[in-house]
Every structure is written in C-alpha cells, then in structure tokens.
Design a protein around this ligand. Structure first.
Ligand SMILES: Cc1cc2nc3c(=O)[nH]c(=O)nc-3n(C[C@H](O)[C@H](O)[C@H](O)COP(=O)(O)OP(=O)(O)OC[C@H]3O[C@@H](n4cnc5c(N)ncnc54)[C@H](O)[C@@H]3O)c2cc1C
Length: 399
C-alpha cells in the first residue's frame, strides 16, 4: 500500500482545499445559523467535478476511484459535514444504478447529473424501519398491465426537498414478504434557479406517469443544518418495469452493495470533521494562556491534543484500508466499511467533544465553530447504520 497521493489526487485536493478555505470556513457559522440550503457551494462543487463521484466513465467521460473519492469527501467535510452529506448523497442514491443498472438505465438516470447540478435522494429508512429495514412497509404492487403501483412513507431522507430523482427501496411480491425492489423515480428537474430555498415549505410532485410524491417540511436538526432532511410519501406512484434496477427481488442485496460503498464515504465525512476539530483546538490552545502558559503547553491538555491526533491518524488508516478493499472489489469489503465508519465516527465525536472542552466556556457558545462540530458529529455515528449495527456486522463476519 502506497500512502503517497498521485498527481490527480493532489490536484483534486488542492482545489477542494481552496473551495473550503475561501468559500466555506469564513462563512459557515453564518450560513448554518440561518439554515439556508448551500446551493452556491453545491453548484461550485459540481462545476469542479467533485460531485457524482461514483458515475462510471462511460457516462461521465472520466472515472474517480474510491480512494480519491474518499479524499475529496474528507476535504469537503473539513469545511462542513452538512454540505458534504448533501453532495455525497448523489452517490448514495446513484451508485446502485452504476453497479446494477442496464446500460440504458445508466444513460437515462445518471446522465442528467453530469449535465446539470441536480440532487438525488436515497430512500430506505421508514418511521418503523430504521436499523431493521426488513420491517419496511412501502410496497410496490404489480398490476395486470405489467406496471407497478408504489405506496409508502420514508423518513429522514437527505436532499428530499431538492431532489430531481429518488432511488427507493420497497417491498415487492407480498407486503409482508422478504423481497425488496430498488426503483428509480425521476421527477421534475430542480436546480438552484427553480428552487433556491424551500424554507419551511412542503413540496408536492404530481408525476406525469401517475401518482404523487409529497415531501414534508425540512427537519429542524441539532446539527448538519446545511443538509436538507425530510420525510417522503409515495401515493399511488406508477412504476414502469424499466424503472426497476436489476432483479426486482434483489433489493436487499443491492442495499448491502450500496452501503459497502457509502459507509467508507461517511467515514471520510467523520475524518474531515475530526481533523477540523483538532486543527481548531490546536489553534485556540496556542493562543490562550492560563496558569502563565499557553493551554497547549499544560501537560494534561497536551495529552488530550495528542489523543485527538492519534484518533485522527488511526481513523485515516481504517478509512484507507476500507477504500482499498472497494477498489480491489474484495469479498471482505463490508467488514472494513463498518470498521472505518465506526472508527471515524468515534474520532469525530471524540475530537469535537474534547476540542470543545479545551475551548472552555467559549467552546460552548455559538460563536466558536467547535460548538457546531460537536453538534454535527453525532449524526456520523447514526446515519447509514448506527454504531451497534456496524458492530453487529463485524461480529457476524468474524464468527
Ligand atoms: C440527518 C439524517 C440524514 C439521514 N439521511 C438518510 C437518507 O438519506 N436515506 C435514508 O434512507 N435514511 C437516512 N437517515 C436515516 C438513518 O439512516 C437512520 O436514522 C438510522 O439508520 C437509524 O435508524 P433510526 O433512526 O430508526 O434508529 P433506530 O433503528 O430506532 O435505533 C435507535 C437506537 O437503538 C439502538 N439500536 C438499534 N439497533 C440496534 C442493534 N441491532 N443492537 C443494539 N442496539 C441497537 C442504537 O443505539 C440506535 O441508535 C438519515 C438520518 C438523519 C438523522
């Protein structure tokens, strides 16, 4: 394993660092205070080619490997993890199309993302089916003419209010059965021009093919306030057979494939946050003096900074191993995806919490970015599978 970055990776990282330094960090506290959707940054990220990382070369004209993707996401997350969550959500929704879609589906459902800065949503979680998605009740019933009718509700869906396409996992066959399907529902295309900011509004989409999609009011979240999260209801949505990805009964297998790719990307989000917390803390404790010394020179405080650095570096190792496993298409990629997700989430929480502590009372105010990081960090341990689910996967693979 070579830890040196190639020229291409260095170029990408250089431009993302510039974007973060010039456009995100100076304004992030103000932006997140007003919960305004960061279309401006999303549009720039799209122009720079750092969105839709998973779209294959045949559609995009070039390919970005999983290692470079993780590095890009880490760097963007150093700026803000709400923004990177929104940006990488396109990959969460679209990776399955690249992996299991037909050539026609790839052209139809991936090309629009290359042509315009559009957003996609991945709809798996339901009110009564979170960690245990086998309990989902969204169901697609087959009709005599060969089409299907989808009904059901999803919750906590990233980008839901702004999405131009929804990838939906639902039951098929019998509502209480085990078969799941993965379907793609393109809707009216919305960019920053058509829908600059949803505010607290709901969105209702009447589909030309039949049925309705109703998107709830955006969630008012503790952290990652620059990402959009909302519930979605599918009402009698007509699904053509061509909208079904792969085999209509293999949705569960496809979820596993999606998450094996996406969990290391969430790990990269966590690592970016942990690194930002470490840097802010070093900066602050170098400036502030107590007991006649810089806080960073007080031995117990320095131990804590050392512990933060160790978490950052060790989680980078876990992340790199997980993305190398994706690149190798290794059969044990899943266990390393879970390891990376948990290790990086733990680093994010640790560095944000200890960093806040080392800022003292100032860290507890909204004026200091470390307080935002402490709010943002929690979700990294929850979305795309809570910590316990990752441990369950690791335990199951071991024995
Ligand atoms: C900001 C945000 C964005 C999200 N984006 C998306 C998205 O784009 N698409 C999508 O489909 N979903 C999304 N989610 C949903 C997210 O993936 C779920 O919240 C998550 O999987 C946990 O499900 P739950 O909230 O129902 O928690 P539950 O499953 O109810 O779990 C609650 C707690 O119970 C414990 N627990 C659960 N299972 C076990 C276990 N096996 N063993 C021991 N303890 C356990 C854990 O402590 C866990 O935190 C998002 C959520 C948020 C908040």
């Amino acid at each position: 394993m070579d830890f040196n970055l190639n020229e291409n990776q260095l170029n990408y990282l250089g431009s993302v660092k510039k974007l973060v330094k010039n456009e995100i960090t100076p304004h992030v506290l103000e932006m997140e205070k007003f919960h305004k959707f960061p279309w401006g940054i999303i549009n720039k990220a799209w122009e720079m080619g750092i969105m839709n990382l998973c779209v294959p070369e045949a559609i995009k004209g070039y390919e970005i490997d999983a290692i470079s993707s993780a590095l890009i996401i880490e760097e963007l997350s150093y700026g803000d993890t709400g923004i990177s969550t929104s940006a990488m959500c396109n990959d969460l929704a679209n990776v399955v199309i690249g992996q299991h879609g037909s050539d026609e589906q790839k052209e139809l459902y991936l090309k629009p993302f290359v042509e315009k800065p559009l957003l996609a949503s991945f709809c798996l979680t339901e009110p009564n089916a979170g960690s245990d998605n086998s309990m989902m009740t969204s169901f697609m019933a087959k009709r005599d003419d060969g089409t299907y009718i989808l009904n059901g509700s999803k919750c906590f869906i990233t980008n839901a209010s702004y999405a131009s396409q929804y990838t939906v996992i639902c039951k098929v066959g019998k509502p209480t059965g085990n078969f799941m399907a993965c379907v793609v529902i393109p809707v009216e295309q919305v960019t920053s021009k058509e829908l600059p900011d949803i505010g607290e509004a709901t969105r209702e989409i009447t589909l030309s093919g039949g049925g309705k999609i109703i998107i709830g009011k955006p969630e008012d979240k503790l952290g990652q306030r620059l990402s959009n999260t909302a519930s979605i209801t599918f009402e009698d949505v007509v699904i053509q057979p061509g909208q079904i990805i792969g085999d209509r009964r293999f949705g569960f297998k496809y979820i596993v494939d999606v998450l094996d790719y996406a969990r290391p990307m969430v790990a990269a989000i966590g690592l970016g946050l942990a690194r930002r917390a470490l840097d802010l803390t070093i900066e602050y404790t170098r400036e502030r003096k107590q007991f006649g010394q810089r806080i960073c020179d007080l031995p117990v405080a320095r131990d804590m900074i050392t512990a933060m650095w160790k978490k950052v570096e060790l989680s980078r190792l876990a992340l790199l191993k997980a993305v190398c496993k994706i690149e190798e298409k290794a059969p044990d990629a899943g266990i390393y995806a879970s390891l990376a997700k948990n290790t990086c989430a733990e680093a994010a929480l640790f560095c944000a919490n200890e960093g806040l502590h080392l800022h003292g009372g100032y860290g507890f105010t909204m004026e200091y970015e470390i307080s935002k990081l402490a709010r943002d960090a929690h979700i990294i341990d929850i979305y795309e599978g809570v910590r316990e689910v990752q441990d369950m996967i690791i335990g199951r693979e071991l024995v």
